[in-house]
Design a protein around this ligand. Structure first.
Ligand code: UGA
Length: 420
């Protein structure tokens, strides 16, 4: 197979051509370099270079608008530019929609392509909805080992070509291919993300209950629940809530879309409410020991939306830092990957630190937001030695209470018996 990647951002294309990835993603550099070296991978900003391709994967962003709807402007302009390519491409080119889009979008794009290319869908070209389920941080692994492939196809030739392509790409590891219409495929993506987000908010709700019970621990509750195969053990990890460029945006888009259809979405709104209030809830756990936050030096460890990434989009840590600033605290922050991105949002309102140890120095409270393996290396004596007042909020339960002696106040999200 030969692959050409197109982006309208010249800087990104230039850097990709030079073998450098504009995002941080495990194994991506290696894969990019191998692709370039094989001369079967190229990058361009010019749509004309795509004429003659057999498959066109549309993977542009669909960010949120303030109304909660998704912004389809990028996918519409990319489709319009592709129409000219389709017009000049012989054979049966197929446009594959990878971007996360609400039901009905692929059908609209198909009409747009027909009008602009003067060709007929199902006769001269095909359209396939093929939602993406990869996670940031394990994108390459997830792409190469999918649990399922969803193909929203509405003509026999597109169905055949796409299934052949998947079988050629995945060989004997081809997972179950679910073939359906466009709208169902589009909804599968939202339903999947909304369900996973629901699991996280549900667990955080149970965690709040655990905090009020004597000797209760959310991890034990989640573990025991997860042993039931009907529930499943994944995405039951309590913490500061879900962030990232997908869950918050997709739950909101689904709420807006469903309500537009007249479907009551209070269930999903409850999922959002738990998530939105979780950073405040985390801070409220310290009220007994720390009192008001005004003037207090608070160290925040972990700024990205999850460990191992520099992505801070919708990160709960950023929300927490905003609450700290609003309440007059003086945040010191550290993250092994995400500080450059954090600077763009937080500017000079916080102190940036070069290490976890430097970050906790002089702090009156430490809040651990991410389960970065590096944070686990901090020893109780580090907190005692370096902090002004050793109050530690551990949102990911990285430390066991018995690791800390009575001199440190360890407050773990989802655990009772907060006082040591
Ligand atoms: C998510 C989905 O997991 C992917 O399947 C999907 O393809 C992707 O969105 C997308 O739509 O593009 P991602 O946003 O990379 O992937 O991140 P996740 O690993 O799912 O984590 C999302 C958030 O939930 C993070 O903030 C994470 O810390 C939080 N989380 C996750 C928990 O708090 N507890 C858990 O048990 C699991």
């Amino acid at each position: 197979m030969e692959v050409a990647g197109l982006d309208n951002n010249q800087i990104k294309v230039k850097s990709l051509k030079a073998g450098s990835t504009p995002i941080r993603e495990k194994d991506l550099d290696k894969l990019l370099k191998a692709g370039l070296a094989s001369h079967r991978l190229a990058f361009t900003t010019n749509y004309k270079d795509l004429v003659g391709a057999e498959l066109f994967f549309l993977a542009v962003g669909t960010p949120s608008l303030t109304s909660g709807r998704i912004d389809l402007s990028q996918i519409k302009s990319a489709t319009d530019a592709l129409a000219a390519v389709i017009e000049h491409t012989d054979g049966y080119p197929i446009v594959v929609v990878k971007s996360t889009v609400v039901p009905g979008t692929a059908r609209d794009l198909k009409k747009r392509l027909e009008t602009l290319s003067a060709k007929k869908a199902g006769v001269d070209f095909g359209v396939c909805s093929n939602p993406e389920f990869l996670r940031e941080g394990s994108a390459i692994h997830d792409t190469l080992h999918p649990d399922r492939i969803v193909l929203g196809v509405e003509d026999a030739r597109t169905s055949r070509v796409m299934k052949d392509f998947c079988k050629r790409f995945y060989g004997k590891n081809t997972p179950e291919i679910v073939e359906t219409d466009h709208s169902t495929a589009e909804l599968v993506k939202y339903a999947s993300n909304a369900f996973l987000a629901t699991k996280v908010s549900f667990t955080n709700l149970m965690a709040r209950i655990c905090e009020k019970l004597p000797q209760s621990n959310i991890d034990e509750v989640a573990h025991a629940m997860g042993l039931d195969p009907r529930i499943g053990g994944l995405f039951l990890e309590a913490g500061p809530g879900f962030g990232g460029s997908c869950f918050p945006k997709d739950v909101q888009a689904l709420v807006t879309y469903a309500e537009g259809l007249g479907v009551d979405s209070s269930f999903l709104r409850a999922v959002q409410k738990i998530n939105e209030t979780q950073p405040n809830h985390v801070l409220s756990l310290s009220k007994d020991s720390l009192g008001e936050l005004t003037g207090k030096v608070v160290a925040v460890l972990g700024v990205s939306f999850k460990p191992g990434t520099d992505d801070i989009r919708e990160s709960r840590a950023i929300k927490l830092i905003e609450v700290l600033l609003r309440d007059g605290a003086r945040p010191r922050i550290y993250d092994p990957n995400a500080l450059e991105n954090a600077k763009e949002i937080l500017g000079s309102s916080v102190t940036y630190c070069k290490s976890a140890l430097q970050c906790i120095f002089g702090a009156e409270m430490v809040v651990i937001m991410n389960a970065e393996p590096e944070f686990k290396k901090l020893k109780p004596e580090d907190f005692l030695r370096l902090m002004k007042q050793p109050v530690v909020i551990d949102t990911r339960r990285m430390y066991r209470p018995d690791e800390f002696d009575g001199k440190i106040r360890l407050i773990s999200v989802g655990r009772s018996g907060q006082v040591q």
